[in-house]
Design a protein around this ligand. Structure first.
Ligand SMILES: Cc1cc2nc3c(=O)[nH]c(=O)nc-3n(C[C@H](O)[C@H](O)[C@H](O)COP(=O)(O)OP(=O)(O)OC[C@H]3O[C@@H](n4cnc5c(N)ncnc54)[C@H](O)[C@@H]3O)c2cc1C
Length: 339
C-alpha cells in the first residue's frame, strides 16, 4: 500500500488509510501489528498505553514459552513493543491514544476514530481488529481501589486461576467476592490443593441475588469441601513485609492468609464498540467469533466482513498464548481474504 509510514512511539506520521486498523495494543494487538508488518502490509495500532494492559501488573508469569523462571507482564509488553521495530516501516503505533469509535463504511472499509495528542483523528483500514481486552474489578476499600495494588504487584494477591493456581499448594487463601462467580472460583482453587480456602465477602451477603436452587447447591458444595466465609466489611490490608495477605475488618478483627485471590469479575468488558458494529456478545459479556476470530453478527450469525476480535475481549481463555494465537489467526485470515 504505497509509501510506508513512520512507525514507533513518539510522533509518527499518520496516513489516511492502512491495510489493517488495530484497536488496542496489549499482547494481542501488538502481535497482530507485528504479523501484519511481517506479511508486508500496513497497520495502524491505536493503544491507550501498556499500563492499561491486564498483564502490566502481573509480576511473574510462568506459562510463557522461552522464559523459564517466568517473566513479568510489564517486561513482556516491552519486548513485544521492541519487536515492532522490525516492521517499523509498515506499522504506525500511536500511544497514548484512545480509540473512540469504529465505523463500517459503504466501501466495506473501516474508519477508526481516536484521540491522540489532544486532537481527534480518523484513519481507514481494509480490515479492522478489536483487541481492547477487559478490565478487572478491584475491591473497593474505604472508597478506593488502590489499597490492593501493592499485594497484587508482589504476586501475593492473584486474579487468574489458570495463571496462578499452581502457586497455591499448601497455602491458605482468602478469596475476595460474594457472588456465584466468587464461590465457583473458590471451589475451583481447591484443585490446586491449598491448605485452606476462605471467602471474604467484603461486607456483602454471600450469594446475594443468586436464584434459590443455585444458592443451595453452591452452599452445599462449600460445606462439603470445607470452604468457610467471613461476611464482615474489609477495612484494609497489612503484612506486606512478611509477604502475607493480612486482612483488617471493620469490626476490629483480622485474619492472615498466605495468599489472596480476587474473584470480583470484570469492571469493563469494552462491549460498547463491538455492539455499535453489530457484534454478537455471549452471556458472559465476550464478543463471539468463529475459529478465524471473525466477529459474528448479531442476530444473523454470519461473520461481519473484515472485522476480527482477538485476545481477552473475545470468547475464549484469557491467557497470553491465546492472545497471540488469536492475533495470528485473525491476520492470516485477513491476509487470505481482505488484503
Ligand atoms: C494479575 C494478572 C496476572 C496474569 N497472569 C497471566 C499469566 O501468568 N499468564 C497468562 O497467559 N496470562 C496472564 N494474565 C492474563 C493476560 O494478562 C491477558 O490474557 C492478556 O493481557 C490479554 O491480552 P489482550 O491484548 O487481549 O488484552 P490486554 O493485554 O489487557 O490489552 C488491552 C489493551 O487495549 C488497550 N485499550 C483498551 N481500551 C482502549 C481504547 N479505547 N483505546 C485504545 N486502547 C485501548 C489498553 O491500553 C491495553 O493495552 C494475567 C492477568 C492478570 C490481571
Amino acid at each position: 500500500m504505497g509509501i510506508p509510514a513512520l512507525a514507533m512511539p513518539g510522533f509518527p506520521r499518520l496516513r489516511d488509510a492502512y491495510d489493517v486498523v488495530i484497536l488496542g495494543g496489549g499482547h494481542a494487538g501488538l502481535a497482530a501489528a507485528l504479523k501484519t508488518g511481517l506479511l508486508g502490509y500496513t497497520a495502524l495500532l491505536i493503544d491507550r498505553g501498556p499500563k492499561y494492559s491486564r498483564s502490566y501488573y502481573a509480576p511473574k508469569m510462568d506459562n510463557i514459552p522461552g522464559f523459564p523462571g517466568g517473566i513479568s507482564g510489564h517486561k513482556l509488553l516491552d519486548l513485544q513493543i521492541a519487536a515492532l521495530r522490525e516492521v517499523e516501516s509498515s506499522v504506525t503505533y500511536v500511544t497514548p491514544a484512545t480509540a473512540t469509535g469504529l465505523t463500517r463504511l459503504s466501501s466495506g472499509e473501516y474508519e477508526a476514530a481516536f484521540g491522540w495528542l489532544k486532537r481527534s483523528h480518523t484513519a481507514r483500514g481494509r480490515a479492522a481488529v478489536l483487541a481492547l481486552g477487559v478490565v478487572d474489578r478491584m475491591p473497593v476499600i474505604g472508597g478506593k481501589i488502590d489499597p490492593i495494588f501493592p499485594w497484587a504487584n508482589f504476586g501475593i494477591v492473584d486474579f487468574c486461576v489458570l495463571c496462578d493456581g499452581h502457586t497455591l499448594p499448601d497455602r491458605s487463601v482468602g478469596v475476595l467476592g460474594n457472588d456465584a462467580y466468587a464461590v465457583r472460583t473458590a471451589i475451583d482453587l481447591l484443585h490446586f490443593r491449598p491448605k485452606s480456602v476462605e471467602i471474604l465477602t467484603l461486607g456483602r451477603p454471600l450469594l446475594e441475588g443468586s436464584p434459590d436452587d443455585e444458592r443451595s447447591e453452591l452452599l452445599r458444595q462449600l460445606a462439603e469441601r470445607g470452604v468457610t466465609h467471613v461476611d464482615a466489611e474489609v477495612a484494609g490490608f497489612d503484612e506486606i513485609r512478611e509477604r502475607r495477605f493480612g486482612v483488617k475488618f471493620a469490626d476490629g478483627s483480622r485474619r492472615v492468609y498466605d495468599k489472596g485471590f480476587s474473584a470480583l469479575g470484570w469492571y469493563d468488558q469494552h462491549r460498547d464498540l463491538p455492539r455499535s458494529l453489530g457484534c454478537r456478545i455471549d452471556s458472559e459479556g465476550y464478543v463471539v467469533t468463529d475459529e478465524d476470530c471473525r466477529a459474528i453478527a448479531d442476530p444473523d450469525g454470519g461473520p461481519i466482513p473484515g472485522l476480527y476480535c482477538i485476545g481477552d475481549l473475545r470468547n475464549g481463555w484469557n491467557q497470553i498464548p491465546e492472545a497471540w494465537a488469536t492475533a495470528e489467526r485473525a491476520i492470516i485470515h485477513a491476509y487470505g481474504y481482505y488484503l
